[in-house]
Write a protein that binds this ligand. Structure first.
Ligand SMILES: Nc1ncnc2c1ncn2[C@@H]1O[C@H](COP(=O)(O)OP(=O)(O)O)[C@@H](O)[C@H]1O
Ligand SMILES: Cc1ncsc1CCOP(=O)(O)O
Ligand SMILES: [Mg+2]
Length: 266
């Protein structure tokens, strides 16, 4: 796999508007900065036309959504669609409650998402496939992951980025499986949210016609960064992994991505 968009992010320093959860907001902002992008976290309805107008991508994450934030998400998403900037959805824990299901249905009805990034439990729900979810974590199921990811891409006309031990990326037609990562990822909170945030940066510097390749590069770069950090840590050094991942996002090179990436096209 070639590394092309990482350099573009560092050159162009795109501004990424995040409407995200209170757990991962700070980590997402730091991760975007480390990678070479700029974060703006903004959720007030009063600024949901102004912030997309100065941003190069919008990331909507429903992790700890409360009350009127849904109105802000809808306005920001519609504004971003009008402006033609990419919008990413992270449907955190969507299958866990009726409220989350309702909110995500509304978002998907009114906003065209360039990308959706979630774990297997979230994607199984979006695809309408039977799965045993566990809160915001992936949970367990028997269904075919490639097929779930492809179905999400087709159903929502989007680039589907499904993370887990193996990440799967699909545009509804093509499917890529990405075999990098480390079991330390699910031991820190916000690692999926940060992946969604940085996908905003990769989409921001890509042409719409190449979002699929930008998504493959994004998910690979991130999983490789984690994999390389984990190599020098003891199995339980989750705190070091949390900060080490930020350091690695800042220093990872195109060469490291190209040498370590394990991508198969199905
Ligand atoms: N068991 C695992 N082994 C290796 N990498 C993993 C594993 N689980 C998740 N990852 C990696 O963790 C990152 C975040 O994904 P994930 O944990 O699935 O998101 P979420 O936090 O939304 O559930 C991705 O880069 C993914 O490749
Ligand atoms: C623990 C938790 N609860 C609500 S949002 C959130 C963070 C989830 O982050 P991630 O999906 O990246 O693990
Ligand atoms: Mg998540």
């Amino acid at each position: 796999m070639r590394s092309y968009y990482l350099a573009k992010i560092r050159e162009q320093n795109p501004l990424i508007h995040n409407i995200t959860n209170i757990v991962a907001a700070n980590y997402c902002a730091n991760g975007l900065l480390a990678l070479g992008a700029s974060p703006i976290m903004a959720v007030a309805i009063e600024e949901m036309e102004d912030v997309p107008a100065i941003s190069q991508a919008l990331v909507i994450n429903i992790g700890t959504l409360v009350g009127k934030e849904i109105e802000a998400m809808l306005l920001a998403g519609k504004t971003a669609n009008k402006l033609g900037i990419p919008v990413i959805l992270d449907p955190v824990g969507v299958a866990a409650t009726q409220y989350r299901k309702r909110i995500v249905a509304q978002l998907l009805e009114h906003i065209q998402f360039s990308g959706i990034r979630g774990n297997a439990g979230e994607f199984a729900y979006l695809a309408g496939v039977d799965w045993k979810v566990k809160g915001v974590d992936a949970g367990k199921g028997e269904a075919n992951l490639n097929s779930i990811c492809q179905q999400v891409a087709q159903k929502y006309q989007t680039i589907a980025m499904m993370s887990g031990e193996v990440d799967v990326v699909s545009d509804g037609n093509r499917i890529a499986t990405l075999h990098n990562g480390t079991p330390m990822f699910p031991k820190i909170t916000g690692s999926g949210c940060l992946l969604s945030a940085i996908s905003g940066a990769f989409f921001a510097v890509a042409d719409k016609s190449d979002y699929f390749n930008a998504a493959v590069e994004c998910c690979s770069t991130y999983a490789i960064a984690g994999e390389l950090v984990a190599k020098s840590l003891k199995e339980t050094q989750y705190g070091q992994f949390y900060t080490g991942l930020l350091d690695k996002l800042a220093e990872i090179s195109a060469q490291e991505v190209e040498q370590n990436g394990r991508v198969n096209y199905v």
